[in-house]
Design a protein around this ligand. Structure first.
Ligand code: NAI
Length: 379
């Protein structure tokens, strides 16, 4: 019998998840309260799949099969026969709790309930259920059909078998899954913070300008996009909010402190590409700033950002949020880093990284440069 997935929320994430499951032979009930969102999801998905046919990656028959397995609707009653529900609605704790309470009344007793939340506590959402042991976090990345990583987040109350069953399902959809403890930002959104924040700090201090730092990170570091091009692309409203929420959730740990330079962009409405201006000016005829392509100076900048990233990866393992293998998979598959951060640290030398961070700490006396015990032990 065909397995049935219920997806609540037909926005960017919900539609993407529906596509992934239907492509892998699942029947999908995609539900949204907003009728426009449903019709728009249907039109967009058909377009995406048609493009796959044009590119020769799929046949017409395959596309018809996928579309035929997805039911677009507005009533959660469609979840009655579901084996798994993935919720992808607005990022609001009260609404999510309320919605799961209603879902629980509709689905069968052995249906697994999952949330795609990026920043809320899975444990807290689970607490709203009569049976919290069937709740798990299944965190996809945007766009879900393209991004290979999925973080699986057990709630404190989760049943072990339900967690491994969920992980197997997503593995069978062709994804790389990693287990992460239910902590702010899980793995990727936590470990990636210094990529932005340390780069912005270097810029704020006038050590290098945005074009130079972007050049350093892409050309010398091998990252696909520099931090300023990338945050302009993500949108400063979104990126700032993630930083701020991780910072608050870690009890205002200085390690995750947001930066004024980014806050000012948000205040000004310079949200990046979508508004025509962010760190860069995207208006027609705007001059493109030139990078200072000095490899020696650039390497110092690169190592400073890398040291911060490696330290964050190490501390994530130290805190038991995930194991070493998971943090490597998470950053290479979730955000396409050119290399696992622990591997990179070993290559540069853990002793070198520790000395670099200690020197920064001595200079600034800021918590952000606190060396993880994991790293110090290895050094
Ligand atoms: P979105 O705004 O594109 O879509 C949300 C959809 O949920 C909308 O169509 C809305 O009409 C619908 N909705 C809202 N309340 C509802 C309710 N009570 N019942 C049914 N439908 C409802 O949002 P997006 O970006 O797809 O995000 C959804 C979830 O996924 C959020 O929890 C977000 O944190 C998480 N997420 C987002 C990522 C991203 O990059 N956008 C990445 C990973 C997770």
């Amino acid at each position: 019998m065909m397995s049935v997935l219920g997806v609540l929320g037909a926005g960017a994430m919900g539609s993407g998840i529906a596509q992934v499951a239907a492509t892998n032979g699942w029947e999908v009930q995609l539900v949204d309260i907003n009728e426009d969102a449903i019709s728009s999801a249907q039109v967009k998905l058909q377009k995406i799949l048609n493009r796959q046919v044009e590119k020769g990656r799929m046949t017409d028959i395959e596309v018809k099969g996928i579309m035929g397995r997805i039911y677009f609707g507005s009533s959660m009653q469609a979840f009655e026969k579901a084996d798994l529900i993935i919720e992808a609605i607005v990022e609001n704790m009260d609404i999510k709790k309320k919605v799961f309470k209603s879902i629980e009344e509709i689905v069968s007793d052995d249906c697994i309930l999952a949330t795609n939340t990026s920043s809320l506590s899975v444990t807290q959402i689970a607490a709203s259920l009569d049976n919290p042991s069937r709740m798990v976090g299944i965190h996809f990345f945007n766009p879900a059909p393209l991004m290979k990583l999925v973080e699986i987040i057990p709630a404190v109350q989760s049943d072990h078998d339900i967690v491994s069953k969920s992980q197997k399902i997503v593995d069978n959809w062709g994804k790389y899954t990693v287990l992460a403890k239910d902590t702010p930002g899980f793995i990727v959104n936590k470990v990636a913070r210094p990529f932005y924040s340390e780069s912005i700090k270097i810029y704020e201090e006038g050590i290098a300008d945005v074009a130079t730092i972007d050049w350093v990170m892409t050309e010398l570091g091998g990252f696909r996009m520099g931090p300023f091009t990338l945050t302009d692309y993500i949108g400063h409203d979104v990126n700032y909010k993630v930083t701020e929420s991780v910072w608050k959730a870690f009890y205002y740990d200085g390690r995750y402190k947001p930066s004024f330079a980014q806050k000012s962009l948000v205040d000004a409405g310079y949200l990046g590409r979508k508004t025509g201006r962010g760190f860069y000016d995207y208006s027609e005829g705007a001059a493109k700033p030139e990078a200072d392509k000095n490899v020696e100076k650039g390497t110092i900048v690169l190592h400073r950002v890398l040291a911060m990233l490696i330290n964050e990866a190490a501390d994530t393992v130290y805190m038991g949020i995930c194991n070493e293998e998971a943090v490597e998979t998470a950053m290479t598959k979730g955000v396409n880093y050119p290399k696992g951060l622990l591997e990179w640290g070993e290559e540069l030398g853990f002793g070198y990284i520790v000395n670099l961070l200690d020197a920064l700490y001595n200079r600034y006396h800021e918590e952000r440069y606190r060396v993880s015990p994991w790293l110090r032990d290895r050094a």
